[in-house]
Structure formats: C-alpha cells, structure tokens
Design a protein. Structure first.
Length: 346
C-alpha cells in the first residue's frame, strides 16, 4: 500500500551525486552576503555553507568577517566586544586582530610575548555593497557581482530584514523571478493576475539572464505607483534583481541575494533602492511592499520537494514556456559551476 503521508524534511533522503557535490564546491568560491551593514554596531552571527562566522565593524570603520569560535576554549565572538581593530572573546577576553586574525592580547598572561604563536582565527575578505557585507570562503573564482544597468544611477539603498528560507540558492533565485506563481501566491500583495503567461522575452549572456515585462497597475499594493516596465536581471548563482522604470517617477529597484547557510537552507539578504530623484513611493514604502511579497513566498517555497534544484536528476520535473527564465538560469548556474571548478585547477 502506498504511503500517502508526506514525510517531514528530516526523513527525506538527502540529494547526493557528483553535480550536487560540484555545486557545493563551486559555491565556496563565490561571494555571498552575510550581514547588513546597518547592524554592525554589535558583532553579528552568520553561517555560510556550514562555516560559523562573526561579522563586525572596527573602530576605524572596517567591516570584518572571521571565524566565530575562539581557539582558546571555544567562546562565541558574537557575544564579544570590539576593541579598536580587534575583537575580544566574551569568555576569557582574548583579543584577535581584525586584519589577520592573530591573537594580540591575553589578559591572564603577564608576559604578552608568550602568546601562543599559532593562536589565530580564520579571516575572510569583506566588501560592503548594496547595504550588505559580502565575503567568500575560498579563493574567489570571479569578482563580486556588478550591475551595468545601474551604473550612472544615483541610488539610495535600504536593506530589508534577513529572511530565513528552507530552500537552496537556486530555488530561491528561481522563486524570485518566476511569474506563473503570482496569481496563486501573491493575490494579496499583487492583486488578481492573469493565469496565462504571455510569451516571455528572455535572453541569456553567460551567467546573466534578462527579462522584460510590463507591470500594469492592479488591485494589490505591489502596483500602487501605476504602470511601469520591469527589467529582471539574474546573475548565477545568487543575484536576482528587478529594476522598475516608471515614465512618471523614475527608477526603483529590488535586489535579492540568498546566502547558503547550507546547501538547501538560505538566509535571504535583500534590499530596495530608489533613484534620489524618484518621485513615487518612498524607500520605506517600497520595502514594506516588497517584504510583503517575500513573506508570501516563504511558506510555499519552504515546502517544495526537494528544497534545492536536483542537479543529478533524482526527481522528475516537467517544464512549460512560462519556465523559460528558469531554464536559462539553470544553464547559467551550471556554467558558473564549470567556470568555478576550472579555476580550482589553475
């Protein structure tokens, strides 16, 4: 007799296979957001592909990403304090330099020259962009994301609250720009939407995928500013953006960059931006509306099976023309993996 009861995720067999393993290795060589810049007044916790990190700002204003565990007795640096250009463990006060992670001070030690020479914590690159701190665990295979479409725009950014989502990076990106789910998931935020999806204008250039659609003012909050042109752009593996171009008001933006805490579990970092000359809804209102959309997605996307794209073909899937963007993104993701692993051998 067939078991008709859906098993909880903890009982589902994990996705395994050479393509999944390759994707995990490649993602360690990619840049990911790990914290909001606005939160760095105190040390912030982050998890990236299983690595427990602390993110903080030094007295000189430098953002820092380091290992969260103190190598003395395992204290958690997110409970510690920043001292100038170092961070101190909350357990015994050992201090470690922001620049290279080396231990610089041990309060219980009378002679500081006797600091264990190998006492240090892993220190990772840290770059601030779009209101967030980005890092990479291993030698990066490619530069941090750039958006040519935004060059020349005078943008003001506002980071949204990070959103915990039980999906993988690829599923989160596909959900961001999937348009066929609007009538079923976003009826409140977007209002009634046509079920039939028009032929999509999609093109791919390497790791970048583009799509243009017209947004018509509807009954939901999402279209309060009226009609506009929507320019979707995703860059594999983990950047998804929409630039809204209003003839009357100017341009506004929403950008999402899910960060893999594990292969099939992300923290979605995201933000909104307006041109400083934008005369439509203010940043706070744009963020409110986009957050409503995100929160409608979370329970639906979080219940998908599997929780990340099954690159090794364990599950059966069928596609239709409305999935054109998705299929191009998957090609781009595979191209990213191949490029990152090719760099590995150099």
């Amino acid at each position: 007799m067939l078991d008709m009861v859906r098993k909880p995720f903890s009982e589902l067999p994990p996705l395994t296979g050479p393509k999944r393993e390759a994707a995990e290795r490649a993602m360690r060589r990619q840049w990911w957001a790990v914290a909001r810049s606005a939160d760095l007044d105190t040390p912030q916790p982050a998890v990236l592909l299983g690595e427990r990190l602390v993110v903080y700002r030094t007295a000189s204003g430098q953002a820092v990403v380091q290992s969260r565990r103190c190598p003395h007795r395992g204290g958690d640096f997110t409970q510690g304090k920043v001292h100038g250009e170092a961070i101190a463990c909350p357990y015994h006060g050992w201090q470690f330099a922001a620049a290279d992670g080396k231990c610089t001070h041990i309060p219980s030690l009378e002679d500081q020259c006797k600091i264990p020479p190998r006492a240090a914590i892993a220190t990772y690159p840290a770059v601030e962009k779009w209101g967030h701190v980005w890092t990479v665990l291993e030698q990066p295979a490619m530069p941090l994301y750039e958006m040519e479409a935004w060059k020349g725009l005078d943008l003001e950014w506002l980071a949204g609250p990070p959103l915990d989502s039980e999906t993988g990076v690829a599923v989160a990106i596909e959900n961001f720009r999937d348009v066929a789910h609007f009538p079923f998931v976003h009826e409140v935020s977007m209002g009634p939407s046509p079920h039939i999806v028009e032929p999509l204008k999609v093109r791919r250039e390497g790791l970048e995928i583009f799509m243009q659609r017209t947004l018509h003012a509807g009954n939901g909050d999402w279209a309060n500013d009226g009609d506009c042109e929507m320019y979707y752009q995703c860059t594999a593996p983990g950047l998804a953006t929409i630039t809204y171009d209003y003839a009357r008001y100017g341009k506004r933006i929403v950008a999402g960059f899910p960060s893999p805490m594990a292969y099939d579990h992300v923290m979605i970092f995201w933000g909104v931006a307006n041109e400083r000359t934008y005369t439509g809804a203010n940043l706070e209102e744009c963020l409110r509306v986009e957050e409503m959309v995100y929160r409608e997605d979370l329970p639906i996307a979080g219940a998908l099976e599997p929780r990340e794209i099954d690159w090794d073909g364990t599950y059966v899937e069928h596609s239709v023309p409305a999935d054109l963007f998705t299929l191009n993104y998957r090609r781009a993701f595979n191209e990213f993996v191949e490029a990152a692993l090719a760099e590995e051998g150099r």
